[in-house]
Design a protein around this ligand. Structure first.
Ligand SMILES: Nc1nc(=O)c2c([nH]1)NC[C@@H]1CN(c3ccc(C(=O)N[C@@H](CCC(=O)O)C(=O)O)cc3)CN21
Ligand SMILES: CC(C)C(=O)C(=O)O
Ligand SMILES: [Mg+2]
Length: 271
């Protein structure tokens, strides 16, 4: 009923840009194992992210900070075995990209051992030099701004970012800076919908929102939130898609359809 039986034509990095130009939403979820990866593939998800959120939803930690490179490589390789079509993106965890040498070596592990096509890292500022170095060495990069969970101690919790004029201006400038540094894609997490819309219009690269309103070029959700299996509290911007469907494949398919129709995220999932 839901299974996508079309021949798998893998999604490439240049395809993402084309998606933005054509106004086609990019549908993304996280995955940490081959089972969810397989269902995501069947549901027609475009981009699968092995997030360092695995520290919280798989390992049960209170933050993403304890996640190691070994854990990221292990889960990325597990997910890669379940995918045929979606683009595979893997997070560089806390402290794994603190200098250029380390970032290149760790990105090489995620692409080489893990099978990812792109790495994601958080922040702008000094991170722009790292993005540039990765790009020069042919590693596609996804930037991540707004609520950057690896900065939880500085931010003082998982809170919406860019609410006042000063932090909004900073975010706009950072978005331009990561694009300029060579980022292929930008995740905007927990920022006011109007600000995310403005940044999305301003940039040539696609934006993927999570708690950032419906006007980003794509959406991403942590799969545990989408299936109602989050340990602890599910973030307000997320939605449990399992009720009303009869399977994991059904829930992921319902999410994909809701993103493509513009039905998700609704106002109640936005700031
Ligand atoms: N299950 C899960 N889902 C996620 O989306 C997620 C993770 N874990 N772990 C890594 C980061 C951390 N994230 C989070 C975690 C909590 C909130 C949260 O509770 N936010 C408040 C809003 C606070 C405010 O209004 O300022 C909320 O009620 O949703 C947000 C993002 C997003 N990522
Ligand atoms: C929530 C997404 C964007 C992420 O970074 C993660 O899952 O780690
Ligand atoms: Mg992450």
């Amino acid at each position: 009923m839901y299974a996508n039986t079309a021949p798998a034509v893998p999604i490439t990095v240049p395809d993402l840009q084309a998606r933005k130009r054509r106004g086609e939403k990019i549908v993304s979820i996280t995955a940490y194992d081959a089972g969810i990866a397989t269902r995501a593939d069947e549901a027609g998800v475009d981009l699968v992210l092995v997030g360092d959120s695995l520290g919280m939803v798989v390992q049960g930690h209170a933050s993403t900070l304890p996640v190691t490179m070994d854990a990221m490589v292990y889960h990325t390789a597990c997910v890669a075995r379940g995918l045929r079509r979606p683009l595979l993106v893997a997070d560089l965890p806390f402290m794994s990209y603190r200098n250029e040498e380390l970032a290149l070596a760790n990105a090489a592990r995620l692409l080489g051992e893990g099978g990812a096509a792109m790495v994601k890292l958080e922040g702008a500022d000094w991170v722009c030099a790292i993005i540039h170095a990765l790009k020069r060495h042919e590693v596609p990069v996804c930037a991540h701004l707004g609520l950057t969970p690896q900065a939880v101690h500085r931010l003082g919790g998982y809170k919406v970012q860019g609410r006042d004029d000063e932090t909004a201006a900073r975010l706009r400038a950072d978005a331009r800076a990561v694009q300029e540094a060579g980022a292929d894609l930008l995740v905007l997490e927990c920022v006011p919908a109007a600000l995310a819309a403005e940044i999305t219009r301003d940039l040539a690269i696609p934006t993927i929102g999570i708690g950032a309103g419906a006007d980003c070029d794509g959406q991403v959700l942590v799969v545990h939130d989408l299936l109602g299996i989050t340990p602890g509290k599910r973030p307000r911007f997320s939605k449990d898609f399992l009720p009303g469907t009869n399977s994991v494949l059904g829930a992921i398919s319902a999410y994909a359809a809701a993103v493509r129709s513009g039905e998700f995220p609704a106002a109640e999932h936005s700031y």
